[in-house]
Unconditional design. Structure first.
Lengths: 139, 139
DNA sequence: AAGCTACTTAGACAATCGTCAAAACAGCGC
DNA sequence: GCGCTGTTTTGACGATTGTCTAAGTAGCTT
């Protein structure tokens, strides 16, 4: 099998690649968008998968073979393979077999969705620290 | 070797608030940093908690009481309370009781850690040749 | 104080997750 | 072909998670 591309269909209003929704504190996340992003987040919410993703993304040449990854962990090969499958199913990485080894690379569009979700709000004049006070007088 | 594996959890060396580590594809994530970020990500890797966080962060006044949040879900109050506790334990939100109601607000420093981790990949050609000096606006 | 509302804690349950050992699959070299 | 190495699949196991009901705590109003 070759590089997998997850359907991840029906993003609400994502006309742009690498974006699903507005930053988390900009506007309430819709039910569908939340579900979609949760799938992505579940895939990275594991220390092993986080390190795998990071090792793949920062590896020279932009890709890494499984043999490069396994030694860094105290886990069996099937477990590493399982984690890679989770990342691949989520659309975070792609894979391809070339001869003996299988290579993995990051799919930046998907990673960028996460970055966009937690993008800092640079919008001035809004809260972002402690609650104002009991005086809730909106402008 | 420097203190790469500190027994006390405390984060590697983040003098910078709202930042834990370099972006995920910049350099391999350390074991401790990955564990720390995974805790944060697990807290957010749920559609209900994602929406809660978003509803709180985007609520007028910068805070929301539980009564504002419960109606949006088809879940019992204890379940909502449980999810809020998970978010609060992770340091993503703060809470305070004022009279009858309990108010929640976002802690942006923690959310920014997630944003920094998935910061967009800029130059796909050059990696790890710079010591990752991202400077987040200190609020 | 008694009753009411808002919210949290405690305990239980099925479902999912992370891990492993064993087996299977895919290429390469002899 | 046969054996060897690299990677994935299968099946199983305990641990964790999301949800509920029931009961508890905190504050207001009478």
């Amino acid at each position: 099998m070759t590089a997998t591309t997850l359907p991840l269909a029906r993003g609400s209003q994502d006309a742009q690649a690498g974006t699903c929704c507005a930053p988390i504190a900009r506007r309430p996340l819709g039910e569908g968008d939340a579900a979609e992003m949760a799938v992505l987040l579940k895939a990275v919410a594991d220390p092993v998968r986080l390190r795998l993703l990071s090792m793949i993304g920062s590896h020279a040449g932009g890709e890494a073979c499984v043999c490069d990854l396994t030694d860094a962990f105290d886990l069996t090969a099937p477990t590493i393979s399982h984690h890679l499958k989770v990342l691949r199913t989520a659309g975070l990485i792609g894979s391809e077999r070339r001869g003996t080894w299988v290579y993995y690379w990051i799919i930046p569009e998907t990673v960028n969705k996460l970055g966009a979700l937690f993008a800092p709000l640079t919008e001035p004049g809004s809260r972002s620290d402690r609650p104002a006070d009991l005086t809730v007088t909106p402008a």
